[in-house]
Design a protein around this ligand. Structure first.
Ligand SMILES: C[S@@+](CC[C@H](N)C(=O)[O-])C[C@H]1O[C@@H](n2cnc3c(N)ncnc32)[C@H](O)[C@@H]1O
Length: 221
C-alpha cells in the first residue's frame, strides 16, 4: 500500500504505529501478566473447547509479538498467528521460533475457508473503526470450521481513546487510537456473521486499566 492508496479503515497508521513500537511492546509485554485471572479463565475455556475436538488448529488473529500464541500453545493448541505489522510478526518469530506467524489483515485473512478449529481476536479488533467490524467477523467465520470457536477480548465501552501517549515514555511519537465497543455490539456482529454466543465476561477496570474489559466466546454451528 502506497501513501496515495485509499486507507478508509486507517490501517496504514495502525501498521506504522505497531511497526514503530514492536521491539518495546515485545519487551514490555512478553507474557500474560497483564491479564486478570478472569480473562485467562475465558482463554482457558476457549483452549479447552478447541482441544476437545479432532484437531486443535487455532489462529491468533492480531497476534502482535506472539505472547498469547505461546499461552495457547502451552494449552495444547496448534497455533498460527497473523498480524498487520511486519515488525510485530518479526518479534513473534524471534521470540517463538517454533510457531508460524504471517503478515496479513483481519479483514482479508490469508487462509482458505474452514481452516481453523478456533480463532482468537485478543485486543486486535480495537484499532478498527465500526465500519470495518462486520468484515473482521465475516473473515473469522470464513476460516473457521463448522463447530469451531471464536474468542474476542476488548475494552468495553463507547467512543475512542487516543493511546499515542502510552508510547511516549518509550520515546515513540506515534498516532494511535483504539475504539471501544459494548459487549452487545460485538455480540450482534458475531451473530450477524453466523456465529452463536456461548458466554461472555464483563469485568470492571483494574489497576492501570482505563476501561472495563470484556471477553466473548462464540461457536459456529
Ligand atoms: C493491542 S495489540 C494486541 C496484540 C496481541 N493480541 C496481544 O495480546 O499481545 C493489537 C495488535 O493487533 C494488530 N492489528 C490491529 N489491526 C489489525 C488488522 N486489521 N489486521 C491484523 N492485525 C491487526 C496490531 O498490529 C497489533 O499487533
Amino acid at each position: 500500500m502506497t501513501s496515495s492508496t485509499p486507507d478508509p479503515l486507517g490501517f496504514r497508521r495502525v501498521r506504522h504505529a505497531y511497526d514503530t513500537v514492536a521491539e518495546d511492546y515485545a519487551a514490555y509485554l512478553p507474557d500474560t501478566r497483564a491479564e486478570a485471572p478472569l480473562d485467562l479463565a475465558m482463554v482457558d475455556a476457549f483452549a479447552e473447547a478447541v482441544t476437545s475436538g479432532d484437531d486443535a488448529q487455532v489462529l491468533d488473529a492480531g497476534c502482535g509479538a506472539g505472547r498469547m500464541s505461546r499461552y495457547l500453545a502451552e494449552r495444547g493448541c496448534l497455533v498460527e498467528g497473523v498480524d498487520l505489522s511486519s515488525s510485530m510478526v518479526a518479534m513473534a518469530r524471534r521470540d517463538h521460533p517454533d510457531l508460524v506467524f504471517t503478515v496479513g489483515s483481519l479483514t482479508d485473512l490469508p487462509y482458505p475457508d474452514d481452516r481453523f478449529a478456533g480463532v482468537m481476536l485478543w485486543y486486535s479488533i480495537i484499532h478498527t473503526p465500526p465500519a470495518g467490524q462486520a468484515r473482521i467477523f465475516a473473515e473469522a467465520t470464513r476460516v473457521l470450521r463448522p463447530g469451531g470457536h471464536v474468542l474476542v477480548g476488548f475494552q468495553s465501552g463507547e467512543g475512542t481513546r487516543d493511546v499515542s501517549g502510552a508510547y511516549r515514555r518509550f520515546g515513540h511519537e506515534i498516532q494511535l487510537e483504539r475504539h471501544l465497543y459494548t459487549p452487545d455490539h460485538v455480540a450482534c456482529q458475531i451473530e450477524a456473521a453466523g456465529l452463536r454466543e456461548v458466554c461472555r465476561l464483563v469485568r470492571r477496570a483494574q489497576g492501570n486499566e482505563k476501561d472495563d474489559q470484556a471477553v466473548l466466546l462464540a461457536k459456529a454451528d
